[in-house]
Design a protein around this ligand. Sequence first.
Ligand code: HEC
Ligand code: HEC
Ligand code: HEC
Ligand code: HEC
Ligand code: HEC
Length: 363
Amino acid sequence: MHIDAIRRWARAAFASALLAASAAACSPPITVTRPAPRRLAVRFEGARASLDLGPPLDPSEADCGACHEAAQRQWERSLHARAATDGVFAAAFRHEPRPSCLRCHAPRGDVARGVDCETCHVREGWVIGARRREGSPHRGPVDPSMATVDACAGCHQFDFPDEVDLGLEPSNAAMQITLTEWVASPAGAEGRACQSCHMAADDRGSGGASDHGFAVMGRPDMIRGAVAFDVEARAEDGATVVEVTLRAHDVGHAVPTGDLFRQLRLRAEASDGARVERTYARRFAPEPIRGHALFAALRRDAEDERLFVDEPRRERLRFAPGVEVEVTLAHLRMPAAVARAIGVAAAVNETPLYARRVRAPDP
Ligand code: HEC
Ligand code: HEC
Ligand code: HEC
Ligand code: HEC
Ligand code: HEC
């Protein structure tokens, strides 16, 4: 499906929201001097509800980028900005085009803007932040939860679309479980929010402001920094034994986290052509739903073989004696076969992380 088709989907899904918005646009402009509500509505409910930003912003506040240049520039390059236009999403959406996808990938119904400033920062007609900054023209309430995982939770943990679209009871598995992983991680125990790693002020002249690039894909250094990789070879019982140790550290969730298809792929190839492969991913098993004969494919968490912080994973791989073995580790957005099937190029899908050559020392 071409991007225009995605736009048509978006228009269909959000026709009612757009109607509501245009009706509101006809009412007299609201000035930022009106009294702010004491409490704001729930931040974001992922796919389960449409996003309602309330009355239109004061026109003087509407062009965020005019005053927040750095945030604007960083956001423009982010996957949040391209959440509904990036090729990988577009390929998957073509395969499974559900309106509920766009509730998160373009919550305001504007495919070209994806997850934009307003999605995160505007509620009930007010610009909101975790605290009031010096010189701020904004007059709405502050919302301390912007500095917590609540700002991310509704989109980064959610149930399978069947459950959302059919109103079924949530299963014991969710499509993404980054929040659950965070709660169980040392970062969760210390209350270190997602922002502390994903929005840490960069040193590219941002003047200490939060980084709005949220970048992980296209940053092998960041993924590499979260996985220690150790490879040793030795001669044992007339074979070459390669021992690989993987350990997740300095990360606030499993590695990989996020999209259900993400995986780490370990590959060992010996000079005689022998090859071993392991993947670390979530694996799902279909389970029938009572009373829903048509929808028997609801997925349940069968196994979770990803890396968890400070729980090292050891693999012992056996090869012929005397061979040299090349061991590589890569991050995959989705299994190679799925990428091929939906037309995502291997170079886009795979981020190489490590490559080591080892040979057992002579005994
Ligand atoms: C006319 C200039 C201007 C416009 C337009 C503007 N801002 Fe601001 N904003 C500021 C200034 C100045 C501050 C305080 C200093 C800073 O943080 O940059 C601020 C502060 C903020 C803060 C921190 C909380 C606070 O109130 O101090 C947030 C969040 C924010 N702006 C978001 C936005 C968003 C989102 C938009 C667009 C919907 C926007 N701003 C439009 C000038 C503007
Ligand atoms: C995915 C959610 C998200 C998006 C999209 C987003 N922001 Fe933010 N923004 C945050 C969070 C979280 C903070 C940190 C908490 C705080 O200080 O309010 C923040 C902080 C800010 C601040 C306060 C100053 C600072 O840097 O800490 C400004 C100003 C701001 N954002 C402007 C923008 C603008 C302009 C856009 C669009 C170009 C934008 N934001 C898009 C989540 C978002
Ligand atoms: C409105 C929904 C929404 C909210 C709120 C949201 N995100 Fe996202 N986020 C997304 C979507 C959708 C993507 C995937 C975009 C894609 O890859 O097409 C994403 C991607 C990401 C990525 C991966 C980017 C990359 O380069 O791989 C990170 C990291 C991230 N978000 C962090 C956060 C954090 C931290 C917060 C809270 C401050 C947050 N998000 C709030 C929807 C959201
Ligand atoms: C202690 C630092 C830290 C904290 C806290 C943290 N992250 Fe991450 N995150 C990372 C690192 C490092 C990576 C790259 C390794 C990886 O992909 O797991 C990452 C990757 C990601 C990705 C991309 C995963 C992929 O493979 O597509 C998403 C999405 C994400 N984080 C969301 C979140 C959310 C949401 C939270 C809060 C609930 C959070 N992170 C908390 C460090 C952190
Ligand atoms: C509740 C919010 C939500 C819903 C609903 C949702 N997604 Fe996502 N999606 C996300 C977030 C958050 C990420 C980022 C996770 C990461 O980076 O690993 C993401 C990532 C993805 C990715 C990976 C993109 C990349 O850059 O590699 C694809 C593909 C995707 N979603 C497709 C879909 C499709 C198709 C649907 C509908 C069937 C859908 N999503 C529904 C929140 C959502």
